[in-house]
Design a protein around this ligand. Structure first.
Ligand code: PBG
Length: 336
């Protein structure tokens, strides 16, 4: 080994046994704490909830044990309780009883999206309120936009995404989070926000979103009527380079934050994207990931508390700044 290589190894702590003993720094909890590289706090977490209009009682979602649809009429009370548990940011999904072929309820001034945002902001003004901006919960066909000639029409959908974003911002949304995977959606929404007097409202784009089987429980939770799939607009799970392009394009269009979704099966994408961008980077631990942990824990195969922290920690290690997770409330309340 030449001198330079030997030096470099020494400075990286790679000197060999018995000089180097990796176990020295693992001997006590305090020592391990000193050298721990990542942690998760409530400041890193966004808690997604499902809100259904015109129901009286919370509706448990069987594929997501511990998660229920919140009746809209109890939303204020629920948001107060969530804030009391230490949650700092909320992602809102609506379950609409007013679906049509374009999802117009999603941008009505008194539609479900606007009402949820207003109620949540009123109940907990300090909470960061983030509506999911998409149409799949508001269209009869369950697709994320306007259908024409048997396909989701990209450019027609952009117009409606702009309307929905402007309406949500007018209702008091702190961040706009478009998840429709239409090309040009960040630019269209930025223009709509700026043009409607909301230049200060940031966009957290679901910039790299895969057509994933891990969304299975969500489709039930959100009452999506989808027949078929979203492979014509969401990404092929096999593609890594394309994943980086998707996020780079959204960054160029003016996104304030980016996102990788789902999480655990896409840690490589997250780590590579971290190298590519200096924007805040979010990751979404989706419904199927939640369900896997819940059902495995219920079968006594794994320890839920430990696995939740291991997965959330892995997202931070891979480069995420923010994590959307159905476990966010538990972690905010119980600590990491
Ligand atoms: C809406 C949307 C979906 C999710 C978040 N926003 C469903 C989908 O794209 O099919 C999935 C979230 C989850 O599975 O937890 N477009």
């Amino acid at each position: 080994m030449d001198a330079w290589v030997a030096d470099r190894h020494a400075s990286e702590g790679a000197a060999r046994f018995p000089v180097t003993r990796m176990r020295r720094l693992r001997r006590t909890p305090a020592l391990r704490g000193l050298v721990r590289e990542n942690t998760v706090t409530a400041n890193d977490l966004i808690y997604p909830i499902f809100v259904e209009e015109e129901i009286d009682d919370a509706l448990p979602i069987s594929a997501m044990p511990g998660v229920s649809r919140v009746p809209e009429r109890h939303l204020a009370r629920e948001v107060e309780a969530i804030a009391r548990d230490g949650v700092k940011a909320l992602m809102l999904f609506g379950i609409s009883h007013h679906k049509d072929d374009v999802g117009s309820d999603a941008w009505r001034e008194d539609g479900l999206v606007a009402r949820m945002v207003r109620t949540a902001k009123q109940a907990a003004p300090d909470l960061v309120v983030i509506p999911d901006i998409c149409f799949c919960e508001y269209t009869e066909h369950g697709h994320c936009g306007v259908i024409s000639h048997g396909d989701v029409d990209n450019d027609l959908t952009l117009v409606n995404l702009g309307r929905q974003a402007a309406s949500a911002a007018a209702a008091g949304a702190d961040i706009i989070a478009p998840s429709a995977m239409m090309d040009g959606q960040v630019a269209a929404i930025r223009a709509a926000l700026d043009g409607s007097g909301h230049p200060d409202v940031p966009i957290m784009s679901y910039s790299t979103k895969f057509a994933s089987a891990f969304y299975g429980p969500f489709r039930v939770a959100a009452g999506s009527e989808l027949k078929g799939d979203r492979k014509g607009y969401q990404m092929d799970p096999m593609n890594g380079r394309e994943a980086l392009r998707e996020s780079a394009i959204d960054e160029a269009e003016g996104a304030d934050m980016l996102m990788v979704k789902p999480g655990l099966a896409y840690l490589d994408v997250l780590a590579r994207l971290r190298e590519q961008t200096n924007l805040p980077l979010a990751v979404y631990q989706v419904s199927g990931e939640y369900a896997m942990i819940k059902f495995a824990a219920a079968a006594d195969a794994i320890n839920e508390h430990a696995v939740v922290r291991e997965t959330l920690g892995a997202f931070k290690r891979a480069g995420a700044d923010l994590i959307l997770s159905y476990f966010a409330r538990d972690v905010a309340r119980d600590g990491f």
